[in-house]
Design a protein around this ligand. Structure first.
Ligand code: PLP
Length: 392
């Protein structure tokens, strides 16, 4: 199917149909891990075919391939693959392109597991890592060395919803022939398309907006066919391929991605604007607000500003704790990007594994609350928030 001219809403519904093996409107689940062949030669040819879906389960499966096709087309990429989690996608991608003695430049702020993979795991295997201020393209440029092989980006990054200038950093990387990878989880392919700004590879935790219903764990990476085949080759050895049932749920979820994102964007903007006027709140972090220090950049590179925001209580840790306890609709739970509104107090979450000083050094104020705004009716959400605010 020629889907280049279609809108994202339509791509999400039809892009994978070219891979279908039958005429069912909704895709079946292909749970078999093994496929049989008439002849040995046919068997042998299938065994080495990149990104194949009907040989052995660790090589791939049709549900994962169909979901990968949709994500790839939404991101404007040639190819994609589905991994068992967002971290599976990030680690497999990094392990494909980095060897001992190489250097990678990443951001000081990343998703916490990405950060510990960079500073813990990769260092054990002799990969040098420089972490820079994501808001300064020049900081990336000044860290480039002879052995720099990759620049890893993530934008926006919670909790402060800090933004990286994708076109500026990708131009710097291109001039030095360095591969760029961007974690696009918080924006979703509806709100931001990093490949349009010159980035080489995009990764997502599909557990979040792509799945969208808090019921699956998956990751995805998309980019040129050559890069994706290389990542697939490494995944054959590492074994983190996405499972058929999770991919099937992902495909069901992604059908409504655009409608959901429009609702997330609009609900989050309304909540952010309202919180900005509350006397209990010291500051609100949302890229769609004019007061966000990088609002102009957000407007330039994002199509919508997403469903994630953070806000800091003037009353500190206790006020934030009281606020969360007073909520009824908004659930105090990990993860983000689903239809239900979830809140967390990052300082409370990190207390278990970090000192108070390190938490502050990460820019996490004790009174900060992170909210993943869902698609509930906005009046009901505001009512829940306002009642709890008046008690905090
Ligand atoms: C959740 C998340 C990940 C990790 O994804 P999992 O599916 O939990 O492995 C990576 N990056 C970002 C930005 C995330 O929010």
């Amino acid at each position: 199917m020629q889907t280049k001219t279609l809108d994202a809403a339509t791509i999400a519904l039809h892009a994978d149909r070219i891979l279908a093996k039958d005429k069912s409107v909704a895709p079946p689940i292909h749970q078999s891990v093994s496929y049989y062949f008439k002849e040995s030669q046919e068997f042998a040819d299938h065994a080495i075919e990149a990104l194949n879906t009907d040989f052995y389960g660790r090589h791939g499966n049709l549900n994962a391939a169909r979901l990968a096709e949709v994500v790839a087309q939404l991101e404007g990429a040639e190819a994609g693959m589905i991994l068992s989690s967002g971290m599976g996608a990030i680690t497999t991608t990094l392990l494909t392109f980095l060897s001992s003695g190489d250097h990678v430049i990443a951001q000081r702020n990343h998703y916490s597991a990405t950060n510990s993979f960079l500073t813990g795991f990769l260092k054990r295997f002799g990969v040098e890592v420089s972490l820079v201020d994501q808001t300064s393209p020049r900081a990336f440029a000044s860290e480039i060395m002879q052995n720099t092989k990759m620049i890893l980006l993530e934008t926006p990054v919670n909790p402060a919803m800090t933004i990286t200038d994708l076109s500026a950093v990708s131009a710097i990387a291109k001039a030095a022939s360095i591969v760029t990878v961007c974690d696009n989880t918080l924006a979703s392919p509806i709100n931001q398309r990093p490949l349009d700004w010159g980035i080489d590879l995009v990764v997502h935790s599909a557990t979040k907006y792509i799945g969208g219903h808090h019921d699956l764990l998956a990751g995805t990476v998309v980019g040129s066919r050559q890069c994706i085949e290389a990542i697939w080759g490494i995944s054959m050895d590492l074994g983190p391929i996405g499972a058929p049932f999770d991919a099937w749920l992902g495909l069901r979820g992604i059908r409504t991605l655009q409608s959901r994102m429009h609702c997330h964007n609009s609900n989050a903007m309304d909540i952010a604007s309202q919180l900005e006027n509350s006397s209990a709140i010291k500051s609100v972090y949302y890229p769609g607000l004019k007061t966000h220090p990088q609002h102009a950049l957000a407007k330039k590179q994002m199509i919508g500003h997403g469903g994630m925001l953070s806000f800091e209580f003037s009353g500190g840790y206790d006020a934030a704790q009281k606020f969360i306890a007073g909520l009824n609709l908004c659930l105090n739970a990990p993860s983000l990007g689903g239809v239900d509104t979830l809140v967390v107090q990052p300082a409370a979450m990190f207390r278990a594994r970090m000192s108070e000083k390190d938490i502050l050094a990460q820019g996490i104020q004790p009174g900060l609350v992170r909210m993943s705004v869902g698609i509930e009716n906005i009046k009901d959400l505001l009512q829940d928030i306002n009642v709890s605010l008046s008690q905090a």
